[in-house]
Write a protein that binds this ligand. Structure first.
Ligand code: CMC
Length: 380
């Protein structure tokens, strides 16, 4: 029997699984860069679609390139009626992430040609996924309430159109702008669980719809994208500022995770959280206060006091839900909204993976027995 001398790292912590130039995180200094550009600058100066182009093709687009990318996405926003019919049969009690994972995978039924070495195929797949995912998220929301989905509106840009399809009215320009910034902030974050899932699936050379569907399933969990929904549930359960300290103390006593805090890489406050908090305050100034914000501020104070020494601070999921609530997005759509943004990052890694592909096939450390003899069923 061979002797194994490989060190096992649970959760693959610190184990490089790829070489990438898509994005970079410095967890000690709280820096996030997409293709070398700081997230703070992109949040101020770029749009989500320009950022998506940057992530996927590695450079900021020329004016005409961006216009043509935006036009193509606008053109592909509608979904086939069969997709809508399929979605109408989904149970209205089902989680929107499950609906989205199924619908993203179903796109592969309609666009099944696989030409991964053809740049035009890659571009069209990118355009289709970026264009149709928001439409599918909004459609499920309306259909589960028994309504027909709202068709995309061509004169609205990407973020405004999603809010329009969801809330059935054109959004305030500030709300649409803030939503666009949220999408930019969530577009990419190195090799996290869902991106890794996308890359593993991509490495088998399957189609991009299967790549995105597998990543959606991975993002759904509460330790990953699903945390944004749990944060609002937690703030609601806490109910008042006075209950924050006892709640945090109880979590620490019982070793329960406090949602929206902690990160594998960041040991300081996540730079996206700082921007999201500013955006939340802008929304409160214009559209009114949210009592959960006071509870959230107190939570940050108490958690920092208790866990700051371990490098545990608020993460991106802590304030995103407060922003989304003000934009009229229901709690269980927070993670699907995360998908709308993160599709850009997944596709950037998909394209990068294809360029130097080798199928992922890690090893394991076997801890079971050997040469076990078979016991007949009546003797067990
Ligand atoms: N509340 C309380 N203690 C925590 C928390 C938390 N949120 N996060 C980490 N810790 C403690 C943990 O108990 C452990 O303590 P000890 O060393 O004494 O046993 C230590 O910090 C290390 O925690 P870990 O779980 O081993 O860290 P990890 O890198 O495996 O997990 C994490 C990172 C994000 C899964 C974790 O911090 C967590 O579960 N946070 C809550 C869920 C959450 O907010 N998820 C969103 C993550 S950011 C965006 C995204 O990925 O979508």
């Amino acid at each position: 029997m061979s002797v194994v001398c490989i060190e096992f790292k649970p959760g693959l912590e610190g184990v490089p699984a790829t070489q990438s130039s898509v994005s970079y995180v410095d967890g000690q200094l709280g820096i996030l860069e997409y293709r070398g550009l700081n997230i703070k600058e992109l949040a101020k100066k770029s749009s989500f679609l320009e950022t998506a182009f940057l992530l996927i093709w590695g450079v900021l687009p020329q004016k005409e390139e961006l216009e043509s990318f935006e036009d193509d996405i606008r053109y592909h926003r509608r979904t086939k009626y069969r997709i809508r019919d399929m979605m109408k049969c989904f149970p209205e009690t089902g989680h929107p992430m499950d609906a989205l994972q199924t619908s993203a995978a179903a796109l592969g039924l309609f666009y099944s040609r696989r030409a991964l070495d053809n740049p035009e195929y890659i571009r069209t797949a990118v355009v289709r996924l970026l264009a149709k995912i928001p439409t599918m998220v909004a459609a499920f929301q309306l259909m589960r309430k028994g309504n027909d989905p709202v068709q995309p509106k061509d004169d609205l840009d990407y973020a405004a159109n999603f809010l329009y399809m969801l809330n059935e009215k054109e959004p305030d320009p500030l709300a649409a702008h803030i939503f666009d910034v949220c999408l930019t902030l969530h577009a990419e974050h190195t090799i996290n669980a869902s991106t890794f899932s996308a890359m593993v699936t991509a490495s088998t050379l399957t189609d991009p719809y299967a790549v995105v569907a597998s990543a959606v399933g991975t993002l759904a969990g509460p330790l990953h994208g699903g945390a944004n929904e749990d944060v609002i549930n937690m703030l609601s359960e806490i109910g008042s500022v006075d209950n924050v300290r006892p709640y945090v103390e109880k979590c620490l006593e019982t070793k329960a995770k406090i949602m929206g805090f902690g990160h594998r890489v960041y040991k300081v406050k996540d730079p996206r959280t700082i921007i999201l908090q500013e955006l939340a305050e802008k929304l409160f100034d214009k559209f009114g206060w949210d009592k959960y914000y006071e509870i959230a501020l107190e939570m940050e104070k108490v958690v920092e006091e208790k866990l700051g020494h371990k490098g545990i601070y608020s993460n991106v999921d802590f304030y995103s839900g407060l922003v989304y609530r003000k934009l009229g997005i229901p709690n269980d759509l927070f993670t699907p909204v995360f998908v709308i943004a993160r599709v850009a990052g997944w596709l950037a890694h998909w394209k990068e993976q294809l360029a130097t592909n080798r199928i992922f096939r890690p090893t394991q450390i076997y801890e079971g027995e050997h040469n076990v003899s078979y016991t007949p069923i009546e003797e067990r």
